[in-house]
Structure formats: C-alpha cells, structure tokens
Design a protein around this ligand. Structure first.
Ligand SMILES: NC(=O)c1ccc[n+]([C@@H]2O[C@H](COP(=O)([O-])OP(=O)(O)OC[C@H]3O[C@@H](n4cnc5c(N)ncnc54)[C@H](O)[C@@H]3O)[C@@H](O)[C@H]2O)c1
Length: 338
C-alpha cells in the first residue's frame, strides 16, 4: 500500500515508518516538525535502505494536503500528528484544540475529497480518564481529565461520525498505554524537547548524568511498592500493531478502537530497577507528593487487539530499558548532533 504517515518524523511515527517500509509498503511522511527534527529523515533512510519521500506540511494546511493528494494516490493514512503534553495542554488549551482537532478535521476533509477512505489513528489510554478498575478494556467508560485528553476524545468522536456518515470509510483508533524504548539499532528513539514529561526519557537522562535525580510522584499508592503502576509497551511492538491494523483495515466496518498494551502493570520503582540493571547505572530518585489527576494503576486488557489483528506485545521491560539506554547512549543530545 502507499501510505501517508502524518507526524511520521515523531517518536512513534518514525518507528512505524520503518516497520511499514520493512513490510513492503510505500511510505510518504508529512510533518510540520513542531516536535521533531528533520534529521530523523536521514536516519530513517539509513534504516529503510532507500530514499524516503517526506514533506514539511501541517495537517491544518488544507490546500497543501489537497496538492499532495492530487499528485499521487494513497491507499491509507496513518495519523500521528498531534501535540501530546498533558501539562502544556493545560497551559495552552487553544493551541491543543486547534492543532489536534482542527488538524484532524482538515485531514479528514482532504481524505474525503481525495477518496482516501482508510485511517489508522493514534489515540491514547487517556480517553479512559480515571479508570474505575483495571485491566481496562475498550468498553470502559470514556472521559477526560485534561485538555489533551479531551482532544483525543473529540478526535475519536469525529472519526465515529465520519464513519457513520460514509459506510466506505474504515478506521481503527489505537489507544496506546505507555510507549517506551527505541529501535534496536539505536538510530531512532524518543527525543523530547526540554524537560521530559514521561518517565522513561527522564530516567535515561538521569542515568546519563544529564539530570540529578528522578522525582517519583507518590510513594503511598495502594500498589505493590507504593508507586504508580502503568502498562509500558515497547515502541517496536506498537509500530508493528499499526502495520497489522493497516493490513486488516479492509475487514473493518466503521470505526474500531483497540487498546495497545502488554496487559501487565509495572511500578515506577520496578521500571527504575530494571533500567539500572540494563544500563549498569545508578538511578537516584526521591519520592515526592502525588500529582493531581494521577491514578494508582492503569493497565490494558489487550485481548481485543489480539482477536482483531492477531497482534500481541512480544517485548518485555528488559528490552524496553536496554533499547532506550542504547538510544540515549548513542544520542545524548537526541538528533541535535546529526
Ligand atoms: N508518546 C506517548 O506517550 C503517546 C501516548 C498515547 C498517544 N500518543 C499519541 O501518539 C501520537 C504520536 O505521539 P509521539 O509520541 O510520536 O509524539 P511526537 O511529538 O514525537 O510525534 C508527533 C509528530 O507530529 C508532528 N505534528 C504535530 N502537529 C502537527 C501538525 N499540525 N501537522 C503536521 N505534523 C504535526 C510533530 O512535529 C511530531 O513529529 C500523538 O498523536 C500522541 O498524542 C502518544
């Protein structure tokens, strides 16, 4: 298939582009590089072993998308292009609603006008809000606790409505739990701007000596060791799921939502311990107060993804830590040195 990967220069989109190309699909990347570096494109070409078509394009740019769709025909779109920081979304809700929701509207309209009717969308476990129980399956109630989460909910609803209006439109929303790790080559990985929002990149930077210590939010949660429990999933497992979803889209009627997680909870301290073992480095940490809006435990029931796609996560916490550390060690400044 010829696939347009919107947000393909970002963390998950770049890994997915490699798996897509490896499975014989033609990949075209569109990204505005608002949270990524064009330097990733050379790394992708190195991994793919051939030239990669890439466009500096904002998904809110309707004429730009129309021009791209008019020059070549696409079989499907993978839509990763969004802003993703919860904290930033609270400070800049208008930017988040504009980028994520307006961007999705413009993209869906451009797809409709071009007759492209297959979509794989990056959703998130954030659409479950504060889950009442774990594991979380796809029928759990949906809600949002912050502007970022609200944009994901609205984007899923938009896709629901587009599918209801057009029976030929086929879409899968993939609700990621906690993506971590990097490509095993160490050539691509997560390169956050400034202070990392997520645990794994923060731990990487502490291990590398770039940050003094890790703050662990809450040591008195009702969990195995008092720290928060999450479902960490290797980005390569996630990438493979996108290609599986794409290849199964033809059998889907309407809009299907699937959880992508390992189906097992890992505490902050368990992750820190695994990372220390994988890296041979100490990870100094201190327990601080809980953050508002956090929950004790969140992990996926991933059985529907297995039933629908035949997909199951294959990589464990050791693989996630080893690959994240390789990426960090080979690229202490992210893509900045390229
Ligand atoms: N990483 C996570 O923990 C996580 C968890 C759940 C869901 N998600 C979702 O997965 C998707 C990808 O996440 P990621 O971690 O790879 O993030 P990322 O920031 O690394 O990648 C997103 C990419 O989209 C691009 N982009 C943003 N707005 C754009 C626009 N208007 N036009 C064109 N390009 C645009 C950015 O420059 C970036 O390259 C996002 O939609 C995110 O909300 C991520």
């Amino acid at each position: 298939m010829r696939v347009l990967v919107c947000g393909g220069a970002g963390y998950i989109g770049s890994h997915t582009s490699v798996v897509l190309a490896g499975r014989g699909h033609d990949v075209v990347v569109a990204d505005n590089f608002s949270n990524s570096s064009p330097a990733v494109l050379q790394r992708l070409e190195q991994l793919i072993g051939r030239a990669l078509e890439a466009h500096c394009l904002d998904v809110r740019d309707g004429p730009g998308l129309a021009a791209l769709f008019s020059k070549q025909s696409f079989d499907a779109v993978l839509h990763f292009a969004a802003l993703k920081s919860v904290g930033e979304s609270c400070a800049r809700p208008l930017d988040y609603f504009d980028n994520n929701i307006a961007g999705t509207i413009v993209l869906l309209r451009a797809m409709r006008d071009a007759g492209v009717a297959r979509l794989v969308f990056s959703s998130s476990a954030t659409v479950y809000g504060e889950p009442a129980s774990v594991p979380i399956d796809e029928d759990a109630p949906l809600s949002a606790t912050n502007p970022y989460g609200r944009t994901k909910l609205v984007m899923e609803q938009l896709i629901d409505d587009v599918c209801a209006a057009d029976p030929d439109f086929q879409a899968i929303s993939l609700r990621y739990f906690n993506p971590v790790g990097a490509h095993p080559s160490g050539l691509i990985g997560e390169a956050p701007n400034g202070i990392p929002n997520n645990l794994m990149p923060y731990v990487c930077q502490v291990a590398a000596g770039q940050r003094e210590s890790l703050q662990v939010y809450g040591g008195d949660w009702p969990t195995v060791d008092g720290t928060g429990v999450r479902d960490y999933i290797h980005v390569m497992d996630l990438a493979r799921a996108h290609v599986d979803a794409l290849e199964k889209l033809d059998g889907v009627r309407g809009h299907l939502a699937l959880n992508l997680g390992v189906g097992r909870g890992v505490s902050v301290l368990q992750l820190v311990q695994a990372f220390a073992e994988a890296s041979g480095r100490q990870i100094p940490y201190r327990i601080v107060d809980r953050r508002e809006g956090d929950v004790a435990e969140a992990w996926a029931d991933p059985r529907r993804a297995h039933a629908m796609l035949g997909w199951r996560a294959q990589l464990g916490v050791e693989d996630m830590c080893r690959d994240a550390w390789r990426w960090q060690s080979m690229n202490p400044e992210g893509y900045a040195e390229t």
